[in-house]
Ligand binder design. Structure first.
Ligand code: DNO
Ligand code: MN
Length: 395
């Protein structure tokens, strides 16, 4: 059986339309109701309306369908177990019931404190003229120490990083600083934007939460929702930390092999599983991705495929899908081996792509322009076919 080729669509405001997506050859749509604030219930009518919109865009023999929810976001209250967290968990469960009623069975989320993914440059130039997303420790330190002004931030960085951050801060104009802050706090298109004040307030709520505490907040949350997801036939898929190491003095608990062992063992329910994101996990040199995929096995409910290239400081840029530090051939082979043992097609999507060709002249969602992802999907589809044929998994 083949993997399900899927594509993230941010909804009606996404500059990449459903008609465009149809031409990529993907048939599974990955989407979310971004207009609903985190923590609130997704009503059945709103889910159905999004489904109808997706199906209507491609009537006929191989219609597009909403295959994966990304993300049903876990609120900060749930992550910190403060405030209205019990109500938010009840609301989360109601959203799962509503999604199941509409036939949606794969639900992605993450447990990153305060921010979703974090980068320092959204236009990092590649040698071929395309642009990539980039994470740089020196600029992160400039933001953290001088713009966010987090107390004690400086002490969290190596002296060489601090020194380089000071050098850069002295050179950056006010405008460049504001731009850097916007990039670091970019977040998810169509969702509420983070502000410096808002971020400071959220950081304060983690003052007493170390990695162990955050880990139990995750497993407590899962102990509440996973039995219901089992009943509903929903597969939960936690996205790893991006980047997969602590930033802003915050704990990170989904970054390495041990983290997976812990959460999958502690909450053994069938529904408790993983969104295996090679780009996020690949930014940590300690991770052996093919080995990790083999270890997680059938618990991989959804796959994000992209690549990264790291330097000696731990900075990284997002490389072409088959051309970074992650051995994509070996990962794809492991995922396809898992696919042979499970009944349903495992959905994967090309996760991020370079801004390239015509897209360089358009306004795009960072990482989610069309042509770079189309190139990634085409490469990955070819890789899948090559491996499947060679292994006798497909005729
Ligand atoms: C990173 C990407 C992100 C992701 C968000 C929410 O690897 O997949 O854009 O979508 O972190 O899941
Ligand atoms: Mn990802």
């Amino acid at each position: 059986m083949n993997l399900l080729q899927s594509w993230r669509w941010f909804g009606p405001d996404d500059p990449v339309t459903l008609a465009d997506i149809r031409q990529t050859g993907a048939s599974g749509i990955v989407s979310a109701l971004h207009q609903i604030p985190h923590g609130e219930v997704w009503p059945v009518e709103a889910i159905k309306a999004r489904q109808a919109e997706i199906s209507a865009a491609a009537p006929g023999a191989s219609p597009l369908h909403w295959a994966v929810v990304e993300s049903l976001t876990v609120s900060e209250s749930i992550k910190t177990r403060t405030g209205a967290f019990r109500q938010h968990i009840e609301d989360y469960k109601q959203s799962l019931r509503n999604l199941a009623e509409c036939g949606l069975k794969v639900v992605t989320y993450n447990f990153m404190p305060v921010n979703d993914w974090t980068r320092t440059n959204l236009n990092y130039p590649m040698a071929d003229g395309s642009k990539a997303l980039y994470f740089n420790w020196f600029d992160l330190a400039v933001f953290d120490i001088h713009l966010l002004k987090r107390p004690n931030a400086a002490g969290d960085y190596l002296p060489a990083v601090q020194a380089e951050a000071e050098r850069r801060f002295a050179l950056y104009s006010q405008e460049e600083c504001e731009h850097l802050a916007d990039i670091v706090m970019f977040g998810i298109p169509g969702e509420a934007k983070q502000t410096l004040e808002g971020m400071r307030a959220k950081l304060a709520t983690y003052a007493d939460i170390d990695a162990n505490a955050l880990r139990s907040n995750l497993t407590d949350f899962l102990a509440d929702v996973a039995p219901l997801a089992d009943e509903l036939g929903i597969k939960l898929a936690i996205h790893p930390d991006d980047p997969p190491f602590p930033i802003f003095g915050l704990p990170r608990i989904m970054s390495r092999a041990d983290d997976y062992d812990y959460m999958l063992t502690k909450v053994p329910n069938d529904s408790n599983g993983v969104c295996f994101c090679t780009g996020s996990l690949g930014a940590n040199p300690a991770n052996d991705l093919p080995a990790l995929a083999r270890r997680i096995g059938e618990k991989i409910h959804f796959v994000h495929l992209r690549n990264v290239r790291k330097d000696e400081h731990g900075n990284f840029y997002e490389a072409d899908h088959l051309d970074g530090d992650v051995d994509m051939y070996a990962v794809m082979r492991e995922v396809l081996a898992i696919q042979q043992r499970v009944a349903e097609p495992i959905p994967f999507r090309p996760d991020h792509g370079h801004q390239m060709l015509d897209d360089l002249h358009k306004s795009t969602n960072p990482g989610y322009s069309c042509i770079g992802r189309l190139r990634g999907l085409a490469e990955l589809r070819g890789l899948e076919l090559g491996i499947s044929r060679a292994e006798g998994w497909q005729s």
